[in-house]
Design a protein. Structure first.
Length: 163
């Protein structure tokens, strides 16, 4: 019989989030933030199965699925009266894949770009490109042997109507 998984125990998360948003000039906007999460498993569930994953040795470990560090930065600049360009980066630190912290997803940085054209006061068209460098990374893990790759480079166009 293989290892079992149970949703038992307790965790304490201590941390903070810092964010900023503002106009550097009337044409240049910046947004960003940083999050620190010290998510510690404080009590492991009492499992009758001594071979259950997380039943021993997990107390005091980082809570799986929770990055300790995450950050983002985004900036836009109105280069012409109707044209805005922007870009940013998104960072996620290492994420443990199991309660015993044996497996993990490595940290990654994703770069994105955008361009927007204002057709009128109420209508604009916007191009977004996510994962500009087409980096292969994993953004979700369900357990040590199961991770979902994040999308590669993706581009999409939106037509936005304000009313």
């Amino acid at each position: 019989v293989g290892p079992s998984v149970e949703n038992a125990g307790r965790a304490v998360v201590n941390g903070f989030e810092l964010g900023f948003a503002g106009n550097v000039t009337d044409k240049w906007n910046v947004f960003g933030g940083y999050t620190f999460l010290d998510a510690e498993q404080t009590r492991v569930g009492d499992s009758p199965d001594q071979n259950a994953v997380g039943s021993a040795g997990s107390k005091g470990k980082q809570l799986h699925g929770t990055p300790k560090h995450a950050a983002s930065f985004w900036s836009t600049y109105k280069v012409l009266p109707r044209v805005t360009l922007g870009g940013g980066l998104f960072y996620t630190g290492k994420v443990y894949a199991d309660p015993s912290n044996n497996g993990y997803l490595p940290s990654y940085v994703r770069f994105d770009l955008m361009a927007k054209y204002n057709i009128s006061q109420n209508l604009d068209v916007q191009l977004n490109v996510q994962n500009l460098t087409d980096k292969r990374y994993f953004n979700t893990t369900y357990f040590r042997h199961y991770a979902i790759p994040a999308p590669g480079r993706v581009a999409f166009v939106n037509l936005n109507l304000k009313f």
